[in-house]
Write a protein that binds this ligand. Sequence first.
Ligand SMILES: [Zn+2]
Length: 263
Amino acid sequence: MVRRIVAENPGMMTGPGTNTYLVGIDEIAVIDPGPGDASHLDAIAGCGGDRIRWILLTHTHEDHSPGAVGLKKLTGAEILAFGPGEGKGKVRLDGTLGDGAVIEATEFHLTALHTPGHASNHLCYLLNEERTLFTGDHIMQGSTVVIGPPDGDMAAYFRSLEKLKTIRPRLKAIAPGHGHLIEDPMATIDEYIEHRRAREKQVLDDLRSRGTATIAELVEDIYADVAPELHPVAQRTVWAHLRKLADDGEAKGDRFDGEWSAT
Ligand SMILES: [Zn+2]
């Protein structure tokens, strides 16, 4: 019922490349057509042709959504997402999907789950018949999810991970936006929550011991064992942690390039 085609956009943030999934046989839903790459779109259209009825986006970042436009031209399928987004991944939609919306095909049902955090318009899709959850960049395999404010929101991300716990007894597998199939959803969701809690504690502990610090200083402490070229990205995520800590009343500060202090 599910086929995967990997886009040719491997990289630091995308792992082996963006996963495009084709769900169904007689009627096909494509999840995340990827960047607007002609040979990738031809491969998708070659696989599904005019049986492709829906182009579903997990979110509107440039490695996931821009291909929707070209794929629609090739197939006539409608483009659906939580919202059109902004910036390089912005897409003109044919309709929106809210939390709990269902795509009903003859052979399958896909249920949209709103999972903001990585992006405010992020959706996961549950394929009920195969108990598989397509997680986009909410959970991925082999690389770490970046939470970049202001559209990325750490408190929302925690809540969206907790939300997956409510459906995980029904899950057999997670099909992520990057990397290979994850066959132990229970453990993986727990690990994600645990990893984020540990990071948050590290950020708070370091901030408390320094008293006052910039995000760059915190990243140098906490990500000492991580390649320096990843530090700019880590800074975004630390910012997201700090904003959550500020909401929780544990930290003071606001700006990415400003000073932060423990309360
Ligand atoms: Zn991605």
